[in-house]
Design a protein around this ligand. Structure first.
Ligand code: ARG
Length: 621
């Protein structure tokens, strides 16, 4: 899949000499790449042209900063070359050779460990330099241009018109936006596309209901009708939809008439179009409020309705290629390996969601020529996208490996999965408002907003509350269901948004105090590195920091922002461990100078990472 293709670039090494060289020159500052290059070199000497390995992060500090197990996995292939009897013996011999090859300025020690691991220990000089890099690169620390020249389209959020923005769309919005930010940070051209659900047979049902309501109210003029429709809230529209399903169960005629309304809409009927347009405009207004609350702006809003002309083209092509078949009045494409064929046109002549997605791929391909299209949608779309992708490939619209579907699980614990049809959807606005309220209380109780104005307090409550919701989502693999627990979402200790923001604010306040004491913070990055040998708690903070750049890449290629969240949590923990045990601003010694630099670098790394996840950092908290 696309994932492996993108990864191959990074792991290319020996397989492709050119990439190998480019790699070493471009990224000599990154320890993991330095180590990988050394491994490829040593393996090439040993005649191993192709090698698969992962540079692991060991669990314990004494096992170093990186580890590999090639002496175990490649024992058979390498034992003769190194005249090794056991994997441990082999590990020792490889380690010896690696030591001669790797830059000693980066790696201080390479050790073999039974039964055959090789552990790499970063040098403190490297770590000190890394700290300086962070301070110099500031908001660009971690950024790279590896994605230059490549385009990624991310299809996310995509709520459905006339229905409330539910928690499912919240997940899509948060995860999709995090992926967007991450890819952009890696130099890709990223296009966010909000594929709003503004077309489909559900509009026939709504128009039917609205027409009935207008009749009941005796509204005859266009103006009076417009006014009435404009006054309908999403909640009321949702109720109309629910009502329809309740009543239609024993009134088959209603279904028929609703279908007829959608057909009219697709045929461009004025009345149907007028009603539909109002529904779209008023729903979008509601969604905008939520995007505002989330501080999210998606590049394009190209809803399903946009693809009417494109759908015709798709249909024409499928006919020309003799792929379209009649099946019980519907028009379908039989896909090899699928029991259910893909339906493009329903038996009543209406277009399908699937056809619109095919048209969308065709359009995106023409407009942006993407190297990758990522769909971030609920797990219930699995079958849909399997079909869409298969047909798109059949029609030669795009290569298979350029299509990626990243399903997200549900949020449980708010009230389980409740569908709109039952009319019990949890309204996102209510959840966000609740989060902000709770964040306000949290800050108040902890006494962290004591000296702030009401306005500042409100702003902080918003950033912390909304950030907590986002982080609660992003700290877990998108695929897993989230268990929503207010206590855990909003706590100052443990793996939560407020904890990370709080740690960032703690660093900021150290820097603020230093400024007040007359320290020259600007001087930090210009001057030479402090002549001070950091202790192990201090080095541990930098050891974590070292993983930042590679974590961002990994999060991108695995489509898993949770990897970045985990990184930030570990970094915050290391910093707090240092902070709790050492005094920082005592007497302007080299030691204090170092500690202040370490604090500034941590603040910066946290800020950069949180920004990618869509969380604000706060000066105060
Ligand atoms: N509107 C759809 C839903 O809420 C999600 C759309 C996902 N994107 C797509 N290209 N189909 O269920």
């Amino acid at each position: 899949m696309a994932q492996s293709k993108l990864l191959a670039m990074e792991e290319g090494g020996i397989v492709n000499n050119k990439i190998f060289i480019w790699w070493v020159i471009m990224t000599s500052m990154e320890a993991n790449k330095e180590i990988k290059a050394a491994i490829f070199k040593v393996m090439a000497e040993a005649g191993l042209k192709k090698i698969n390995f992962t540079l692991e992060k060991p669990n314990e500090a004494k096992q170093g900063d990186y580890a590999i197990n090639i002496a175990l996995t490649e024992f058979a292939a390498l034992k003769e070359k190194f005249s090794a009897k056991t994997p441990f013996d082999l590990a020792k011999k490889i380690a010896l050779r690696l030591k001669q090859v790797v830059a000693s300025s980066v790696i201080e020690e390479i050790k073999a460990m039974p039964p055959g691991f090789i552990n790499f220990h970063l040098s403190s000089r490297y770590l000190m330099n890394l700290m300086k890099t962070v301070l110099m690169e500031k908001e660009n620390f971690g950024r790279c241009q590896n994605g230059e020249g490549k385009t990624v389209v991310i299809d996310y959020s995509a709520p459905n018109i006339a229905k409330p923005f539910g928690v499912g769309h919240l997940r899509s919005t948060i995860i999709g936006q995090a992926l967007y930010n991450i890819y952009e940070f890696l130099g890709y051209k990223v296009i966010g596309d909000n594929h709003i659900g503004d077309w489909g047979t559900q509009f026939g049902k709504l128009i039917y209901q609205i027409e009935k309501k207008a009749q009941k109210l005796g509204l005859t003029t266009k103006k009076a009708k417009e006014k009435m429709i404009n006054s309908l809230t999403i909640k009321q529209l949702e109720k109309l939809y629910v009502d329809f399903h309740r009543r239609a169960d024993d009134q088959p005629l209603m279904e028929k008439q609703a279908r007829a309304w959608f057909k009219k809409l697709e045929d461009g009927d004025e009345e149907a179009k007028m009603i539909w347009q109002i529904l779209v405009a008023s729903s979008m207004k509601e969604y905008e409020k939520i995007y505002d609350m989330l501080s999210i702006k998606i590049d394009f809003v190209i809803g399903e309705s946009f693809y009417q002309e494109e759908m015709k083209k798709v249909l024409l092509e499928t006919k020309k290629k003799n792929l379209l078949q009649e099946s019980q009045g519907a028009k379908v494409i039989v896909i090899e390996g699928f029991e259910t064929p893909a339906m493009l046109i329903k038996s009543d002549g209406a277009t399908t969601y699937l056809l619109r997605d095919l048209a969308t791929i065709k359009y995106r391909q023409r407009r942006w020529r993407p190297d990758l299209i990522i769909y971030e949608t609920g797990a219930d779309h699995k079958f849909h996208f399997r079909q869409v992708f298969a047909v798109a490939v059949m029609l030669n619209y795009i290569d298979k490996e350029k299509l990626v579907y990243i399903p997200h699980g549900m949020i449980r614990g708010l009230e389980g999965k409740l569908s709109t049809r039952q009319g019990k959807t949890i309204h996102l606005e209510t959840v966000l408002e609740e989060a902000i309220k709770r964040a306000g209380r949290l800050a108040d109780e902890a006494g962290i907003v004591k000296n702030l104005s009401k306005g500042q307090q409100k702003e902080i409550a918003k950033e912390v509350g909304v950030g907590a919701i986002k982080y609660n989502d992003l700290k877990q693999n998108p695929k897993t269901d989230i268990v929503f627990d207010w206590e855990k979402v909003l706590r100052l200790k443990g793996n939560s948004g407020p904890y990370l923001q709080y740690t960032g604010a703690r660093c900021q306040s150290v820097m603020q105090k230093a400024k007040e004491k007359g320290w020259n913070l600007e001087g930090i990055k210009k001057e030479k590195l402090p002549s001070y040998q950091p202790n192990s708690a201090e080095l541990s903070v930098l050891r974590e920091t070292c993983y930042f750049r590679e974590t961002i890449e990994r999060a991108a290629f695995a489509f898993a922002p949770n990897l970045l969240a985990q990184f930030l949590y570990r970094l915050a923990k290391q910093y707090n461990c240092f902070y709790d045990n050492y005094r920082i601003l005592q007497n302007k010694s080299q030691k204090d100078f170092f500690r202040l630099s370490l604090t500034a670098a941590t603040a910066q790394t946290l800020e950069n990472g949180l920004r990618l996840l869509g969380l604000a950092t706060l000066e105060k908290m």
